[in-house]
Design a binder for this molecule. Structure first.
Ligand SMILES: Cc1ncc(COP(=O)(O)O)c(C=O)c1O
Length: 463
């Protein structure tokens, strides 16, 4: 039975064309995705990206650094490693931070100019460094041995800006795995370790082509104060090095990304403006134009601009608990399944026609399709009672979720679509347009990626 459909809520500033709240945009997209078959029995899970939301997030980032003479905002490709998304971001004036040969390839395919790409891979091979130098992208060395390696490979006419990543060791945030400025973090040169600072100064003195310092203090779970403290420490080091070498050798500071995302509701908090404010307060000199700035935001640009939609295949009861068996589990919400306290997601309940459900609330587990007991994206969540054929939405999953699926159980990568919603005064329903971003993976592709070409390879080993 279909329930009565009420038009999505309009935000207070509505005028023709109407501005919809983010949740209302999602609701419109779900309804149209179901109506057009992008979500349904033959495509039971898909990711969706709100392209207008992405543009607005990029604009908010740029607006947060007005008057800063030289700033390159790069997008951390790991947060949404999808070529059409990267191309949209390039078109919006972003650069790209990459951390593997694959991400570098995607950034180049997406059309970023090499001078707007920064390579931060944690364990760069010689080949990777050679390629980065040949292409001309900026490189941040992770450690002093890597600086030596770059020195040995760098042609004298290289155009790549080269920096060194430091770990200001200002401490961690609420999620250990996301905290990169702890005493024992694997990233960067641990600045507070005995002798490390002096070594860094010496290294800069020995290599005049080392012109940047890089610090990424951490990601989700790190406070603005912690991030600002780490950047302040990095800024002080840059000043110290420039004093020690007697010239402005360090011309650029790459301050990383890491702005945390609010997963609890629609509000964007903290904002990029709040972040810039915290930096201004902690490091006033950062914005005076003496240093070219590079940022590397990922989650804060994309998370709230994407969602996962999934079909409820069955429901059942076990031990007094209602369980909805859906097609969104660890293969597309990996972090949430394995670390539910650190990565809780809002779940929305939609009926078989993709309209917000209006059924009485019930405590339910929202489980996924993976064959292990822990594959549950929300435990004991109170939601309108779900039935087979309904849909669930996992909100705020535009970064690090459907774009980086896990191939457990040989589950295919879900399709991804971009969407745009236009609501006009007087029109009962908004107009939703979709564009393909990534096709759902075929079973042929699953088999090919699982060694089909070598199917007989092991049979002959013991003959
Ligand atoms: C070096 C570096 N820069 C930027 C980012 C992006 O962080 P976030 O998505 O939290 O903004 C990361 C995330 O792992 C990172 O390791």
């Amino acid at each position: 039975m279909s329930l009565p459909w009420s038009p999505p809520a309009l935000s207070p500033s509505a005028s023709a064309p109407q501005a919809l709240t983010p949740s209302a945009r999602v609701a419109a997209a779900v309804r149209h995705a179901v109506a057009s078959g992008l979500l349904g029995e033959s495509s039971p899970v898909a990711g969706f990206i709100d392209t207008e939301g992405v543009r607005a997030s990029v604009a908010a980032l740029h607006e947060a650094f007005p008057g800063v003479p030289a700033v390159l905002h790069t997008f951390a490709a790991k947060a949404s490693s999808l070529v059409p998304v990267l191309r949209l971001l390039a078109r919006c004036g972003m650069g790209c931070e990459v951390a593997s040969p694959g991400e570098l390839r995607l950034a180049l395919d997406a059309g970023f100019a090499p001078s707007n790409i920064v390579l931060d891979s944690p364990a760069k091979t010689r080949d990777e460094i050679r390629r980065a130098l040949a292409v001309g992208v900026a490189i941040n060395a992770d450690n002093l041995d890597e600086v030596d390696r770059i020195a040995s490979l760098r042609p004298s006419d290289a155009v790549s800006a080269i920096g060194l990543r430091v770990n200001p060791q200002v401490g961690g945030g609420s999620i250990g795995a996301m905290s990169t400025a702890t005493a024992t973090s694997k990233f960067g040169v641990a600045l507070r370790d005995p002798g490390a600072r002096e070594q860094v100064v010496k290294t800069f003195a020995a290599h005049p082509w080392l012109t940047r310092l890089h610090a990424h203090v951490g990601s989700q779970g790190c406070s603005l104060e912690l991030i600002a403290a780490g950047i302040a420490e990095t800024y002080r080091l840059a000043e110290e090095i420039n004093d020690a070498v007697g010239r402005r050798q360090i011309t650029g500071l790459d301050i990383g990304g890491g702005l945390p995302v609010n997963f609890a509701d629609d509000e964007v908090r903290p904002s990029f403006a709040a972040y810039a404010g915290a930096l201004r307060a902690a490091v006033p000199g950062l914005f005076d134009g003496r240093y070219e700035l590079v940022t590397e935001f990922g989650r804060s640009l994309l998370a709230k601009n994407g969602f996962i939609g999934a079909l409820v295949e069955y429901t059942k009861d076990a031990g007094g608990r209602r369980i909805a068996l859906t097609h969104a589990g660890a293969q597309t919400a990996t972090r949430t399944v394995f670390m539910p306290e650190a990565w809780p997601l809002r779940v929305g309940a939609f009926d078989a026609e993709g309209r917000p459900k209006d059924a009485p609330a019930l405590v339910q587990d929202i489980a996924g399709p993976c064959c292990f007991a822990g594959d549950v994206v929300a435990h004991a969540r109170e939601l309108p009672e779900l039935r087979a054929g309904d849909f669930v939405v996992l909100y705020d999953t535009g970064a690090y979720y459907f774009s980086t699926p896990w191939s457990y159980n040989s589950l295919p990568r879900p399709a991804v679509y971009g969407f745009d919603v236009t609501a006009t005064a007087g029109q009962e329903e908004p107009v939703v347009r979709f564009a393909p971003v990534r096709d759902a993976q075929s079973l042929d592709s699953v088999s090919a990626e699982s060694g089909l070409a070598h199917a007989d390879a092991l049979l002959g080993l013991h003959d």
